[in-house]
Write a protein that binds this ligand. Structure first.
Ligand SMILES: [Ca+2]
Ligand SMILES: [Ca+2]
Ligand SMILES: [Ca+2]
Length: 177
C-alpha cells in the first residue's frame, strides 16, 4: 500500500480494498496525511519543525486507518528509521533492531491480521519515521472463499492445469505521478 501526495492510498489492484482515514492526531493545529515518492506520514501544518512525510513523535502525530475488508499484513517498510527511533503499529512496538534490509519489518512468518473495518493506529513513539510501504493481502470472506473453492474445484475437473486467480498482491513504493 502506498500513498499519493493527494492523500489517496494505493492498494493492490483487483483486491477490492479501500482504506478509510478514521482520524489524524497532532499536538496542535491543522493536519493531513502527506506522502511523496519515498514515504508517507502525518503533516502538522502549523509547525515549522514538522517533517511533512514522516511521523514526528515530538508533535504527537498519529494516524488511524481502517480497511473495508480483513487483511493480513506481512511487511512494513520504513524510511528515516535511525538508531534511537521507535514506532508503534497497532500495538506492536518496533525499534531499529527489529528491522532488516532497507529498514523493513518482516512479519511474513506470522502476518498481522486486521478484521474488516478494524481501526488501527500508527505513530512514531521516539524520533521521526516515515512509512514507505505496507505489504498486505486481502483475506477472502468466508462465503466468497467457499464459493471460490467450489468454482476452483469445478474448473479443476474441467481443466486440471488452470489455477485460481490469486487475490493477494504486494503494493510497492514505485514513484508516483
Ligand atoms: Ca510529520
Ligand atoms: Ca525502506
Ligand atoms: Ca528518524
Amino acid at each position: 500500500m502506498d500513498l499519493e501526495s493527494s492523500g489517496t492510498f494505493l492498494v493492490p489492484d483487483g483486491s477490492g480494498l479501500t482504506v478509510t482515514i478514521e482520524s489524524i492526531s497532532v499536538v496542535e493545529g491543522a493536519s493531513r496525511v502527506n506522502g511523496n515518492n519515498s514515504s508517507f506520514g502525518v503533516e502538522s501544518l502549523d509547525r515549522a519543525e514538522d517533517d511533512s512525510d514522516q511521523f514526528d513523535s515530538s508533535l504527537l502525530e498519529s494516524l488511524t486507518l481502517s480497511f473495508n475488508r480483513a487483511v493480513s499484513i506481512s511487511r512494513l517498510d520504513f524510511v528515516g528509521f535511525s538508531g534511537s527511533d521507535s514506532f508503534d503499529f497497532y500495538g506492536t512496538s518496533i525499534d531499529v533492531n527489529d528491522l532488516i534490509g532497507d529498514q523493513e519489518y518482516d512479519l511474513s512468518s506470522m502476518p498481522m491480521v486486521l478484521a474488516a473495518n478494524q481501526a488501527f493506529t500508527m505513530k512514531a513513539t521516539t524520533g521521526s519515521v516515515g512509512l514507505q510501504d505496507i505489504t498486505l493481502a486481502a483475506i477472502p470472506e468466508p462465503t466468497a472463499f467457499l464459493f471460490g473453492a467450489l468454482v476452483a474445484g469445478c474448473v479443476g475437473m474441467a481443466a486440471t492445469r488452470q489455477r485460481p486467480a490469486r487475490s493477494s498482491a504486494t503494493a510497492s513504493a514505485e514513484p508516483l505521478s
